[in-house]
Structure formats: C-alpha cells, structure tokens
Ligand binder design. Structure first.
Ligand code: PLP
Length: 401
C-alpha cells in the first residue's frame, strides 16, 4: 500500500495496537533512569500490586516482561509444561492458530479442538475429552479468551465449570491479549492458572510489555516443568522479587511510567466502568453494522466480542479494499481479515482508551468507504442508529452524565 500523507489525526481502529491517551504519552516522555536506583523498585512494587487488579486476582504472581503477546504465550507454556505433555487447545481463528503453532513447535502433544471461524470454542468436545481422561493425561487447557481475528469471546466460566465437574487437575492457560482490561475477566474466580496480555491492547500503551500472571498452582508446576527456557524463566524474576530489586534484566523505564499512568487512568474511571464502556461502544458498533445491512462474523450473540467486531462483506466486495480505501482516503485504520477470512471481513477495533465520538468518527468513515467500494449503504444509517443508542442510554462516568 502506497504511503499517502493525511492531515489531522489518524483514526486508529485496528484491534491493537490502540490509541494511547495523552496522559500516558506525556508520562513516557522522559529520560532513561538507573533501574537499580531505589526509585524503580519502589515503583515496580506498586505496579505489580496494581496490575493484579486488572486480572482480578489476589493470589496470582504477575510478571512484567519485555516482550509482546507472543512472548507472553511462550512464557506461560514453557514455565508450566514439559515437552511431550498433552494439551487441549481450541482453534477458532488466526490467533488461536498461531498459539497452537507455537505449542507444536515447543513439542507439546497438542489435541486441537477446531470450530468454524466465527464460532466459539467447542466445550462439548472438551467435556468428552475430560470425561475420557481418568488417567489425567491432559496437562493443560489452552484457550484464547477473545479471538481477535473473528470477534469471538469464549466463556471461561464454562470451561472452569467443566474442569471442576470432572475434577480434572489440568492447568487452565488463557490468552487474554484482547480481553484483559476490557472484558469481564476473573482470574481467581474462574480458577485460571496462567493469564496473559500485551501492553498495546486494552491497556492502551505502546507495544513492548507482556504481562503474565501465574496462580500458585502454576508456580508450583514451574518447579518441575522441563521445557527449555532462559529469557522467560519465572525463576529469575522470583529471585529478584525476593531481593526486592525486581528486574533480572533491563526494563523499559518509559513503559513502566506509562503503565503507572495507564493503571491510574483505569482505576480513576473504575475497572468495572471501563468494562461497561467497552460493552456500550461494542453495542453501538453492532447496531451500526446491522443498520448497514451487513453481518457480524460472530455466529451467535453469546460469543459477541466487546473489543472487536469483524464485519462480513458481500462476496462481490474484497474487504481488503475497504481497509486500503479507509486509510488512503479518510486516514482511518481498520483491521484486515486474516487467513481464512481474508478478503471476507474487515475489523473494527473498539478497545482501549476510547470514547463515543471517536467511535462515531470511525463509523462515519466506514460508511463512506462502503459507498466508495460500491456497497449500497445509506449514508448516516449506521451513524444515526449508533447515535440514537448512545444518546438514549446513560453514560457511565458520573461527571459526564
Ligand atoms: N493473542 C491475541 C488474542 C492477539 O490478538 C494477538 C495480537 O493481536 C496476539 C496474541 C499476539 O500478540 P503480539 O502481536 O503482541 O505478539
């Protein structure tokens, strides 16, 4: 795609990386510091305590790792499992596919449970596998909470219920990359053993920090797990936690200050309000999609994602042309369809630090693009329907009511 200069702001609506709030940008605009000075460990201590709140855990141990979501995956797997271990992993879209590829390359024995793209994880198959596994050969269940490629959210409470029903001891490993800090996520209540996210998603930070949180059971498993690991070894972190200096290697000082401010903003809004805001903006998006006469890639309402909507286009339109046109003509960044749904869907990311009018700008842009590529949309139809919904319902921030 050729570069085209566009004045004004870019309207960033890919489902990560997302918009960074001005407060966070300002907090990160600073010099490097000595991470062995007393200041950084003191700040790290508060970050580790506060980051637990976004996982809704009190018993978990968080690790702030200089990496991305992909590295966080590897950290979760290699610290808890041994080569050859049998794991059940759900394939429902591009990101679960990539995680499964990593699991296979790390030499686990992956029992893949596949669903059509647009559907959630098949939990009936999970139940039958657990029922048949009285010898407890399954060592872990791996699931992507929110499949960013298709806009499908899996029901983690239901997974826990099935594990408990069969009193199965498998570890419960969850990719929360496009869910944590945006969707309802309860690490302790749902008995999740490792949960992970990346800084560039709902936390609204730059890319570069993987946040992994381990339950006491996962920490215990890490003592005997035989997977080769060096950079991601939790043991090194725990050693420095004990010493009170926290860092086995050099952290990005700027990201630490950014994380401090990002968490402060989330707590000021209230985590539950943040989650409800995502629900509200997602609903407005879905209302607009319906008004355009287009379909959500997500096949059932119970799986609708509140962080990303994958919109199916008619067969005579190539969805990558929508993304291209959005960027070139309107300075609007939408998400491409990936792999199996390439050309068939485009994605609207509505996660992170975002408000109603920003979203409406995106929806207006999508309408114009749809018309440009030959889809018979009535201009204003989706924006009007979304406005009517937003205007008629109560916002969540008390000072803004
Ligand atoms: N998991 C999910 C659900 C994602 O959406 C992504 C990226 O978009 C990843 C994992 C991979 O994260 P990263 O690109 O930060 O390595």
């Amino acid at each position: 795609m050729d570069y085209v200069y566009g004045p004004g702001r870019n309207h960033l609506f890919v489902p990560g990386p997302v918009n960074i709030p001005e407060q966070v940008i300002r907090a990160m605009n600073r010099n490097n510091e000595d991470y062995r000075s007393p200041a950084i460990p003191a700040m790290t201590r508060t970050l580790l305590e506060d980051v637990k709140k976004i996982f809704k855990t009190t018993s978990g141990t968080p690790f702030l790792i200089p990496t991305t979501g992909t590295g966080a995956w590897e950290s979760a797997l290699t610290n808890t499992l041994s080569p050859g271990d049998r794991i059940v992993s759900f394939l429902i879209g591009q990101f679960s596919l990539l995680w499964i590829d990593q699991q296979q390359r790390l030499n686990f024995n992956v029992d893949v449970v596949e669903s059509d793209w647009g559907q959630g994880a098949n939990l009936e198959v999970l139940a039958s596998k657990l029922a048949a596994d009285s010898a407890h050969t399954i060592k872990a269940i791996c699931i992507v909470h929110n499949e960013t490629a298709t806009g499908v959210t899996n029901n983690l409470a239901a997974v826990r219920k099935i594990l408990d029903h069969y009193q199965h001891p498998a570890l419960f490993l969850v990719d929360g990359v496009s869910s944590i800090c945006a969707l309802d996520f309860r690490m302790d209540e749902w008995g999740i053993d490792v949960a992970l996210t990346g800084s560039q998603k709902a936390l609204s930070l730059p890319t570069g920090m993987g946040i992994v949180c381990a339950s006491p059971k996962a920490l215990e498993a890490s003592k005997t797990a035989k997977s080769l690991r060096v950079f991601f070894d939790w043991k090194d972190y725990l050693k420095f936690y004990k010493m009170g200096t926290f860092w086995p290697y050099t952290p990005s000082i700027q990201l630490l200050y950014g994380l401090r401010t990002a968490l402060d903003l989330i707590f000021e809004e209230g985590l539950d309000n943040v989650i409800a805001r995502h629900g509200r903006l997602a609903k407005a998006t879905r209302i607009a999609v319906e008004a355009w006469g287009l379909k959500n890639c997500t096949q059932k309402e119970e799986w609708y994602s509140d962080t990303v909507t994958a919109v199916v286009v008619p067969p005579y339109i190539d969805s990558s042309q929508i993304v291209k046109r959005g960027w070139q003509r309107y300075n609007l960044s939408l998400g491409l369809g990936l792999n199996k749904v390439a050309g068939k869907v485009f994605r609207i990311g509505h996660l992170g630090n975002l408000n109603e009018l920003q979203l409406l700008g995106c929806l207006a842009g999508v309408e114009m693009v749809l018309k440009d590529v030959g889809y018979p949309v009535k201009l204003g139809s989706g924006v009007g329907a979304a406005c009517a919904f937003l205007q008629n319902t109560t916002p969540l921030i008390a000072s803004r009511i």
